[in-house]
Design a protein around this ligand. Structure first.
Ligand SMILES: C[S@@+](CC[C@H](N)C(=O)[O-])C[C@H]1O[C@@H](n2cnc3c(N)ncnc32)[C@H](O)[C@@H]1O
Length: 251
């Protein structure tokens, strides 16, 4: 597990993700269309990087009763557990890295990996491994809903990248020299003034062609890509609804 990322989600980013409740417009859309509409309430659903469990709560409220959540942060899992304890369905929460899921192959009907879960993994092979794991645990015919940061949707990227280069050099963060690794400009809702002097995790901003290629390479069929239509907190996200074809091979 990446300890700097674990620390980040246990400290400055904790409150934001632990207590967030509402679902943003694109999240509602993608969940509504691919999961909530008429789905069997007994299907097995895994929320990867569940944070404070807001997606699991939405599902529990709607009567889904076979829910699992994993996260690398024990504190966020504890917050999720507290929130979900009021629902009669037992939600199984476990500390786990999405690059090495312990679920059996083809055991889940739906996997969610929403918000910067995949983008927080700092090496390309790790990100591909994470997608491959989601594919492996999904049953044929299952649904994978994920989102990534979309490089093409933020006009300031090149500027931020150019400004951060000297700091990357000074801090010896050579593996993050690609302009798609961008510093987290805000932490816990406040400007991240510590970036220049302190080593911190980066977020990886995907090009669309790249995430589509990686998802297909993992074995997924892409049903739809969605982006936020209105400005909002998650306006830089690209949401992807994918499936595992029946007869799709587990890698
Ligand atoms: C931006 S938060 C999103 C939380 C939640 N999905 C939501 O939208 O409310 C990202 C979450 O992913 C978790 N995470 C990051 N890398 C992970 C990994 N490799 N495996 C499992 N969880 C991870 C973090 O601890 C954090 O809770």
């Amino acid at each position: 597990m990446d300890q700097t990322l674990v620390n980040l989600y246990q400290t400055s980013e904790f409150a934001e993700w632990a207590w967030m409740r509402q679902l943003e417009e694109p999240e509602r859309k993608v969940l509504g269309k691919y999961l909530l509409a008429g789905a069997d309430r007994h299907m097995a659903i895994l929320d990867v990087g569940t944070g404070g469990g807001r997606f699991l709560e939405e599902l529990a409220m709607r009567g889904f009763d076979h829910l699992f959540g994993i996260d690398i942060s024990a504190s966020l899992l504890a917050a999720a557990g507290k929130r979900l304890s009021v629902y009669p369905v037992g939600v199984k929460l476990e500390q786990m890295d999405m690059r090495a899921l312990t679920y059996p192959s083809e055991s889940l009907d739906c996997v969610l990996a929403l918000q910067q879960v995949v983008c927080g993994i700092d090496d390309p092979a790790g990100r591909r491994q994470a997608l491959a794991e989601c594919f492996r645990v999904l049953k044929p015919g299952g649904i994978f809903l994920c989102s990534v940061l979309d490089y093409s949707r933020r006009p300031l990227n090149l500027l931020v990248s150019l400004i951060s280069w000297p700091f990357k050099l000074l801090k010896g963060e050579f593996r993050y020299m690609s302009y798609q690794y961008l510093p987290l400009l805000k932490l816990g809702g406040c400007w991240n003034w510590q970036y220049p002097c302190r080593r911190q995790p980066y977020a990886y901003w995907y090009r669309r062609s790249e995430i589509l290629r990686d998802l297909r390479a993992a074995g997924f069929v892409i049903h739809e890509t969605l982006a936020a239509e209105r400005p909002g907190r998650h306006r830089f996200g690209l949401y992807l609804a994918c499936g595992k074809a029946t007869g799709g091979k587990t890698r």
